[in-house]
Ligand binder design. Structure first.
Ligand code: R1P
Ligand code: URA
Length: 287
């Protein structure tokens, strides 16, 4: 394997990876990601013991034990640009030797289990406030996959092409499915849906404050979209990046969404913290 230069794999003086500030031994192979750095403590407060607490910028990591199982919680911040950093660096921590700067051989590579616990807005009346939703297909409206050769299935490409047509987009979105295994294991009693990942919270999610939207009726168009069995149930800002990079890097990935807004009924959940806390406990007890 080729040696990866200092400018590509950037290590801090203590040997930790550049943004996450972590050493290889400081993460578990079971990882929960959350967008909000304050949510890391909301997860780790349930741990029996915490062995690692590291923070840099929006990337906060706690590693500890929950009922005897070693788990890491990492905050990603908002957006798929941050997912690019977090996923490449988590993968480097387990699949690149930091001394020789060489990637591990195929047979030696470690596959992480990575579960996102995030908040999300519903695009359907029957996906109510307070529900927990597991994403099957994620559709990315951001540009991250312009920069990686995502191996989409024909079915995924068809979903993306049909959405491009429905929204009249000047670019082709991307589509990736998450782990069926993790979805069955962790989300057996949750709503299963398909998630649109947006490159913004306002315009791309049809929120009008002072700016006029370029795409008219985006909520209505996303809500009424149908391709075979696929409809879009919710949107947020990370899942498509997680599913795509998870596939490319060889990790098992699942995105779980606490529904805190419903864009069809125009409601926002006053108890959104409680909805997230319930999801956290469900996941911890099932991992
Ligand atoms: C927007 O408020 C943020 O909330 C959602 C979106 O994906 C975006 O990151 O997820 P988190 O609650 O995990 O941050
Ligand atoms: N996160 C989002 O991105 N959108 C919402 O409506 C709620 C949470």
């Amino acid at each position: 394997m080729a040696r990866i230069p200092e400018s590509e794999l950037i290590l801090n003086p203590d040997g930790s990876i550049y943004h996450l500030n972590l050493l290889p031994e400081q993460i578990s192979d079971t990882i929960i990601t959350v967008g909000d750095q304050d949510r890391v403590e909301r997860v780790s407060r349930h741990f029996d013991s915490i062995e690692v607490q590291v923070a840099k910028r929006e990337f906060v990591t706690h590693t500890g034990y929950y009922k005897g199982k070693r788990i890491s919680v990492v905050s990603t911040g908002i957006g798929t640009d941050n997912i690019d950093i977090v996923f490449n660096e988590l993968d480097a921590l387990v699949n690149i030797d930091f001394v020789s700067r060489e990637a591990l051989e195929h047979d030696d590579r470690i596959s992480l289990r990575i579960v996102r616990i995030g908040t999300s807005g519903s695009l359907q009346e029957d996906v109510p406030l307070g529900s927990h939703l597991a994403t099957e297909y994620a559709l990315g409206l951001d540009t991250l996959m312009q920069f990686y050769p995502l191996m989409e299935t024909g079915y995924e490409t068809e979903i993306a092409v049909n959405l491009q047509l429905a929204l009249g987009l000047g670019f082709l979105p991307y589509c990736a499915k998450g782990s069926d295994l993790l979805r069955e294991q962790l989300a057996f009693d949750m709503i299963h849906g398909n998630t649109v990942t947006c490159p913004g919270f306002y315009g791309p999610q049809g929120r009008l404050l002072r700016l006029q939207p370029k795409i008219e009726d985006v909520i209505q168009k996303l809500s009424s979209f149908r391709f075979e069995d696929v409809r879009f149930t919710n949107f947020e800002m990370e899942t498509a990046g997680i599913y795509s990079l998870g596939r490319l890097l060889g990790h098992e990935v699942l995105s779980l969404n606490a529904i805190v807004a419903n864009r069809i009924t125009n409601q926002f959940a006053a108890n959104h913290e409680e909805v997230v806390d319930d999801l956290i406990l469900k996941v911890l007890n099932r991992l």
